[in-house]
Design a protein around this ligand. Structure first.
Ligand code: FAD
Length: 486
């Protein structure tokens, strides 16, 4: 019997697992996908919003502001990159300017720092800002991260401190037992005194499974689609550019990333299929039209990929974070759409301290094991690179030529706790495939390294989920003759 079973290894489940790993308790994390952060936490705008716009009085407003303040220290402790990028929310006419007044009042009430500047002053800082912009609010505490890097680092540290992680295990059924819950997955059975339901777009289904009844809330998938621009020496903007928020949320943004790429998007479209992370021509056209309202000179010839993510949006408009009043020891952390990433550390704190009343004994700080950050070769000086390569020549063998990722980094990320077992897992941790060629050159080499390190056949390596087969069979059998194609 585990003290806690967390369903879902997205950013929410990972922060909660990390928080619990500091206390004396047994924790199992289950996820149906092949890696940490493969749901909404993989495909989003990656912004640690400042917290000026959620509706007053909501959990979103409270936890976004708190989460934004927690991020810099947590990322430093984990050894993952966080950049305070700052942001402009821009207005192009008097009606939009009135919305800025409301945001300003909310920011003042929440003690969120801002600067109210004219369109011309904003353009001196962001020369590509549209000529139509008449006024901007600058929010200097807006940050950017790679969300999956944060989630993976949290889970790595949780696993180092005793948390069990089981991937590719879909929760299929939940039954009440005398002291908690019996969970049946696609691969096993587990008992838990307490369940924490952090299952993203499926959190309503998971709650219904345990209740054997209608869950009382519904989660819809709201798809957001993006273009990604290639890394540029001088990116088109250096801050996040938001239009004024509207009924569909924050609107279409222009977002610099940690590695100087630019994200353009997202739209917001409710869809029925909770797995449909495909792109559509209409949504991408909408993104193009709307980015043109805030930023000029966007180089669409530099698009290297498009992607889509699904927001787990509830019918109440707010996060649902509470112990069920119908099932003792069943905690819903549901409807975590935007600003779920920015709020995630505060959500975990709220769950552990307020919902679980933190009756758990803290582990001694001295006995807690901190992860060793990944050593990224492209962040080292030439002198440091030479030293690392002389100690381990694998760090001198470049596998990804776009992002300059070495074999040594790939081997390291596979052999860590909660390490990569898939091609996308390697891409998320150390970057091969994120660059201009999108894996065209390095993907087969990554498959080779994964097979060697995991001691499996290359045909067993998956791109991502268990369904994403990369190699069907050998085309040549080693003697130069073609293998069977039947
Ligand atoms: C387009 C878009 C843009 C966004 N931009 C931002 C932003 O800039 N800033 C911000 O703060 N927020 C943003 N968000 C919101 C943010 O991404 C989410 O709030 C956050 O990622 C939710 O994390 P989660 O862990 O709750 O859910 P998820 O990351 O979806 O994790 C849920 C996990 O549960 C697992 N699961 C589901 N069912 C089962 C089952 N039966 N058995 C086992 N496992 C299961 C899934 O595999 C998944 O890994 C955006 C979201 C989208 C889609």
């Amino acid at each position: 019997m585990y003290d806690f079973v967390i369903i879902g290894a997205g950013i929410t489940g990972s922060f909660i697992a990390h928080e619990l790993s500091k206390r004396e308790c047994s924790v199992l994390v289950l996820d149906k996908e092949g890696d940490v952060a493969d749901g909404a936490s993989m495909a989003n705008s990656a912004i640690i919003h400042a917290g000026y716009d959620p509706k007053p009085g909501t959990l979103k407003a409270k936890l976004n502001v708190r989460g934004n303040r927690m991020y810099p220290d947590i990322c430093e402790q984990l050894g993952v990159t966080y950049r305070k990028s700052s942001a402009f929310v821009v207005a192009s006419d008097e009606d939009e300017s009135k919305i800025l007044d409301t945001l300003k009042d909310q920011a003042t009430e929440r003690d969120v720092r801002y600067r109210d500047i004219s369109g011309d002053e904003a353009r001196t800082l962001e020369p590509n800002l549209s000529k139509s912009v008449i006024r901007a609010l600058e929010f200097p505490d807006t940050g950017i991260v790679y969300p999956w890097n944060v989630a993976i680092a949290l889970m790595e540290e949780a696993v180092l401190n005793g948390t069990e992680l089981r991937l590719n295990e879909e929760v299929k059924d939940i039954d009440r037992i005398s002291q908690g819950y019996h969970i049946t997955t696609s691969k096993g059975e587990y008992d838990a005194a307490c369940i924490i339901n952090a299952a993203g777009v499926y959190a309503d289904k998971i709650y219904g499974m345990a209740l054997k009844d209608e869950p009382g809330f519904t989660i819809k998938a709201r798809r957001g689609e993006y273009y990604v621009l290639d890394e540029m020496a001088v990116p088109v903007v250096s801050r996040v550019i938001y239009p004024v928020p509207g009924p569909n949320g924050k609107g279409v943004l222009v977002v610099p990333t940690i590695h100087n790429n630019i994200l353009l998007g997202p739209n917001s479209a409710e869809i029925d299929d909770k797995e449909a992370v495909n792109n559509t021509a209409d949504a991408l056209a909408y993104v193009k039209k709307n980015t043109a309202k805030t930023v000029d000179n966007i180089p669409y010839d530099k698009v290297i990929r498009t992607f889509a993510g699904l927001r787990p949006s509830g019918d109440s408009g707010d996060f649902i974070i509470e112990e069920s009043d119908r099932l003792a020891g069943f905690v819903n952390v549901a409807c975590i759409d935007s600003p779920g990433l920015a709020s995630a550390p505060a959500i975990a704190e709220y769950v552990v301290e307020e919902i679980l009343h933190d009756g758990l004994k803290h582990k001694d700080e001295g006995s807690y094991i901190h992860r060793k950050p990944i050593r990224y070769m492209n962040e080292l000086t030439d002198e440091e690179k030479n030293r690392v390569i002389s100690e381990n020549p694998d760090y001198g063998e470049i596998v990804c030529r776009c992002c300059l990722v070495s074999k040594g980094e790939i081997i390291d990320c596979i052999n860590r706790p909660a390490g990569a077992t898939t091609v996308k897992g390697v891409k998320k941790r150390v970057g091969p495939g994120l660059g201009r060629c999108q894996g065209g050159f390095c993907e087969p080499l990554v498959v080779d390294i994964l097979a060697e390190e995991l001691g499996v056949d290359k045909t067993d390596i998956r791109y991502d989920s268990e369904r994403s087969v990369m190699l069907m069979e050998q085309t040549k059998n080693g003697t130069g003759k073609e293998g069977s194609r039947s």
